[in-house]
Write a protein of this length. Structure first.
Length: 138
């Protein structure tokens, strides 16, 4: 749904993901490394996405107050407004999808989805180990 909602709005799904992460992140911003790690992509990839978002006025780079050698990416007021406008139709679509579910059913559905995601992660780790590839440790 996110990719569909971003169509025609000038952002790739990767840039949208970065913008969403920044809108939910620390007020001071997030480092390129933090964004890359949370998205599971390379820092180089995130740097290009932040460059695009910065050019469009949706993100700005700011000095890290805790480490003057570091730079953080922070969502701008225009970026926050973009996200809010993007979310309105998505929220309406989600409300339509889950219409008629009771609170208990939604809770159970969430629980089942989390179980599925956890099982998928376990299978991925098992396959990586079977292939002899080191994966993230938990």
């Amino acid at each position: 749904m996110r990719a569909h909602g971003a169509e025609g709005r000038g952002l790739s799904s990767g840039a949208l993901d970065v913008l969403i992460r920044l809108s939910a992140g620390a007020e001071d911003g997030l480092s390129i490394g933090e964004l890359a790690q949370s998205a599971g992509v390379s820092s180089r990839n995130v740097t290009g996405l932040v460059d695009t978002l910065e050019r469009d006025g949706l993100v700005q780079r700011v000095p890290d107050r805790r480490d003057r050698r570091s730079v953080l990416a922070r969502i701008t007021p225009d970026g926050q407004a973009w996200i809010e406008a993007f979310r309105r139709p998505t929220q309406a679509a989600m409300a339509a999808i889950f219409r008629g579910f009771t609170s208990a059913e939604l809770t159970q559905f969430r629980h089942l989805c989390l179980l599925l995601a956890d099982n998928q992660h376990r299978v991925s780790e098992h396959l990586r180990q079977a292939d002899g590839v080191e994966g993230p440790q938990q």
